[in-house]
Design a protein around this ligand. Structure first.
Ligand SMILES: Cc1ncc(COP(=O)(O)O)c(C=O)c1O
Length: 459
């Protein structure tokens, strides 16, 4: 459909709908509001982690229980969960096999943290090698740490100081990644980058995603140790690579003597081995986290045979005290029992096939709704994940995607769905399928989006 055929959203009408949804939310969540007032006395921002301040409605929903893809809040509202802990619960909430593995480890075997390896570590390393084609693995507690340690590894292997990232990337609170291009195309510290260790323009280089000429130009400085990238952007809306982008980007990175770290923390939605396997990518390192232990904190990174050999030859891994890599609780038996239970029985190849089919049903259903109501929006899918965006043309990079942000429509959408029992990720409009998601759940979302959009454009 031509972008000129799209309707304009009437802002006054939108304002009225928004006011109604805010009121409805207040009526539905008195228990959460009370608890938020109390928690605000003791917790910074009233929440245990600052991202939880980003929910719509003035306060977050306090939840009581969560199983599969259902959350029940303290006011007794049941929610179909497409947020899934912003991917941390991609396996669903408290999946039975993960729970059994954790219970077995804690109750029968014992040993939550021992500073000794367990058999589960080898099993998980072998399974991740099978999935991603990376030869050797190590574990962290978060994807952020996996990225931090991967960057350090690349710096020591190449003897170069800088990291190159895509503008409006997100790889966790990694100092080197908090850099974007401003409206004039200049590298700057990302707005909202709290307490940077140093100005990231000193440590990093930044280019727009899908811009091969810029990638080549920045690599030509000869000081880039590694490119750290998601294979498709997922943290500023989903932005897919242009056809052939990664073939050429990988060639340029290799030719420049830099290493490529592919961060699959979110893009695991593309399949059991993420985009790396689905698209036949050949990174030097893969980083991961969030979902692979069924919600129990974990991070991991894997390296190619060549990188593994270079590590063996060049890094004195005996220098654990001051190496900057590792952590007391990383690789603990509890995490690894949870990861084994999850990878062996929950996030299986078969589960991915079903989740991806539902992702496609979701994506194409949203596309039809956009076309039927002629709203100036687009939707993008990546396997089990889909994302609605308030731009009539699909953005090709982070800068364009950021410009599509529409805070008012976004608040309306999130509240409209939440008030009718659907939870989507609070940052932008991301929805994720888990093994417990059903076609009926997807259709419920589509029916609500259809009704809500009809009302929105009727103004
Ligand atoms: C692509 C990517 N990498 C890394 C991270 C960091 O994960 P964590 O916050 O669990 O460390 C995130 C978090 O959203 C992410 O989206």
């Amino acid at each position: 459909m031509a972008t000129t055929d799209r309707v304009r959203i009437d802002r006054t009408h939108l304002g009225r709908l928004l006011a109604r949804e805010r009121e409805l939310f207040a009526e539905r969540t008195p228990g959460s509001r009370e608890r938020f007032a109390e928690s605000s006395r003791y917790l910074i921002g009233g929440v245990p982690m600052q991202w939880m301040e980003m929910w719509v409605g003035g306060h977050p929903v306090f939840f009581e229980r969560a199983h599969g893809n259902r959350i029940t809040d303290v006011d007794g509202n049941e929610l179909i969960d497409f947020c899934l802990g912003d991917t941390g619960a991609m396996a669903g909430h408290s999946p039975e096999p993960t729970f059994a593995a954790v219970a077995h480890r804690m109750q029968e075997l014992g040993g939550v943290t021992t500073m000794l390896p367990s058999d589960d570590a080898t099993w998980v390393g072998r399974d991740l090698a099978r999935r991603f084609g990376m030869a050797k693995w190590t574990f962290a507690l978060t994807a952020t740490d996996a990225n931090r340690w991967a960057l350090r590894t690349c710096r020591v292997l190449t003897g170069r100081p800088r990291t190159l990232v895509m503008s409006y990337n997100y790889h966790g609170s990694v100092d080197e990644s908090m850099i974007v291009l401003d409206e004039d195309g200049r590298p700057v510290s990302r707005p909202g980058n709290i307490g940077p260790q140093v100005d990231p323009t000193v440590t990093s280089r930044v280019v727009e995603f899908n811009d091969l000429a810029a990638l080549e130009r920045e690599l030509a400085h000869g000081d880039v140790a590694c490119v750290l990238a998601e294979p498709a952007l997922t943290n500023i809306g989903i932005v897919l690579p242009d056809p052939g982008y990664w073939d050429e980007a990988q060639r340029l990175i290799r030719a420049a003597g830099a290493l490529l770290i592919i961060d699959e923390t979110h893009t695991l939605s593309a399949g059991p081995g993420g985009c790396t396997r689905a698209w036949g990518l050949e990174p030097d390192l893969v980083t991961l986290g969030k979902s692979i232990a069924g919600g129990v904190p974990i991070g991991a990174y894997g390296v190619s045979v060549a990188v593994a050999d270079r590590i063996a030859a060049e890094i004195d891994t005996g220098m654990v005290d001051t190496s900057g890599i590792g952590g007391t609780l990383a690789g603990n038996p509890l995490c690894l029992a949870a990861a084994r239970g999850t990878l062996e029985h929950v996030l299986t190849d078969e589960a991915f096939a079903r989740m991806i089919e539902l992702g496609s049903r979701f994506h194409h259903g949203v596309e039809e709704i956009i076309d039927r109501h002629r709203v100036p929006w687009t939707v993008e899918g990546l396997g089990a994940r889909a994302e609605l965006r308030f731009a009539a043309v699909k953005p090709r990079n982070g800068g364009e995607s950021r410009a599509a942000h529409d805070a008012e429509v976004e608040e309306w959408l999130h509240l409209y769905l939440l008030n009718r029992g659907i939870l989507i990720t609070p940052f932008h409009n991301m929805s994720l399928m888990c093994p417990a998601t059903s076609a009926d759940d997807v259709d419920r979302h589509l029916a609500l989006l259809d009704e809500g959009t009809a009302e929105l454009v009727a103004g």
